[in-house]
Ligand binder design. Structure first.
Ligand SMILES: Cc1ncc(COP(=O)(O)O)c(C=O)c1O
Length: 364
């Protein structure tokens, strides 16, 4: 079996033990005589799967009882609308725009109410997290303040959360979910598309404070499916959920727990990121994209000194079994997504190739 070193931004690498367990259980899940894919979501066997997924996630993240955990469909993108539809009770929320997905979320929110931009780094090409010192003064009276905590495309990350006072903080954590410990109680809502660090495409995990869910959505036009109240009351089974996707998430949550939980993940992810950033900072051939203080531990973005060299690097990477290093078209160049399932050995294999490339292309 030849598996590549997979640096894709999402869908992304899954832990091999998880894939093997799924393979083993594929035809006959725990003596039921059927696959999880063939099983009623109302069956006892499936109830145990979704309950275990939620319980494991609650343990891993130390989620307070006052928060609901939802497993929804529609990707992270559907939450760009779901959040204002449910939470914009006064019709006004602040957005911090630090990249492509934050901007999409802000544009979507503008359909449902007022959405002032409190800070942005668009003027510097989203290469950093902007100065957040003005956020506190603007946050009063808003329904929430929205951030995208890790900007997958640009490779930037909030290392400190903005001070929003009493106003709830809402965060898209799609690409840093389970990458490190976080204090859930500092947020009103966090959500993540599962296909990066938590499982496969088609599941979005929403963790929301129950008092914000209230008796129902803020806006009457909210589709029934998107009502956090309805979904919370129905245990994410208002309709047929993504049964197989939630099963995979549950397995990934258990794997993270077996690795030592989020502290262990955080340590490992810092080490992997530092391996690449140290190399980039010494390089004459590669240039890191993100400002040092804003660097992501999940997506490392960089370029060569010319686009032609980028192409040569990416082709050489593929021929060595290093997949998915071509960056998003918005930045060009390269991006190594080094989520939890990407091992230190994979990162070292990429680093070794980068050293080799550097030696071959450095100007003498
Ligand atoms: C930070 C972030 N938010 C949102 C999205 C959109 O996710 P989805 O494709 O699940 O809608 C992505 C996709 O890569 C992302 O990286």
């Amino acid at each position: 079996m030849a598996r590549v070193h997979n640096f894709s931004a999402g869908p992304a690498a899954l832990p091999l033990p998880v894939l093997k367990e799924i393979q083993q259980e594929l035809l006959d899940y725990h003596g039921t005589g059927m696959s999880v894919m063939e099983m009623s979501h109302r069956s006892q066997a499936y109830a145990a799967i979704i309950e275990d997924a939620e319980a494991t996630l609650r343990r891993l993240m130390n989620i307070p009882d006052s928060y609901r955990v939802l497993f929804l469909q529609g990707g992270a993108t559907l939450q760009f609308a779901g959040i204002p539809l449910n939470l914009m009770r006064r019709g006004k929320a602040g957005y911090i725009v630090t990249g492509h997905f934050a901007k999409l979320a802000w544009q979507e929110a503008c359909h449902y109410g007022e959405a002032p931009v409190l800070a942005t780094s668009e003027d510097t090409g989203f290469d950093r997290i902007p100065d957040l010192s003005g956020v506190r003064a603007q946050a009063d009276g808003l329904d929430y303040v929205y951030i995208c905590q890790n900007n997958t495309i640009f490779g930037t990350m909030f290392h400190d959360l903005p001070d929003t006072g009493e106003t709830p903080l809402v965060a898209d954590v799609s690409s840093c979910f389970l990458s490190m410990p976080i204090d859930v109680s500092r947020y009103g809502l966090i959500y993540a598309g599962a296909q990066k660090n938590a499982g496969i495409a088609g599941v979005t995990v929403v963790i929301v404070r129950d008092d914000l869910v209230g008796d129902g959505p803020a806006q009457a036009c909210c589709p029934t499916y998107m009502s956090y109240r309805r979904q919370a009351d129905a245990g994410s089974m208002m309709n047929t959920p993504n049964t197989f996707g939630i099963y995979v998430c549950g397995k990934v949550f258990r794997w993270v727990e077996q690795q030592g939980g989020l502290e262990a993940m955080g340590r490992m992810n810092h080490e992997k990121a530092q391996t690449l950033y140290d190399l980039l900072d010494r390089s004459q051939v590669f240039k890191p994209f993100a400002e040092p203080a804003s660097r992501s531990i999940a997506n490392v973005t960089f370029r060569c000194t010319s686009p032609e060299l980028d192409t040569t690097f990416i082709e050489g990477a593929r021929s060595r079994g290093l997949e998915g290093v071509k960056a998003h078209r918005l930045t060009g160049g390269m991006r190594a997504s080094i989520y939890n399932a990407v091992s230190l050995e994979s990162v070292q294999a990429l680093a070794a190739y980068m050293e080799e490339f550097e030696a071959a292309h450095r100007s003498l």
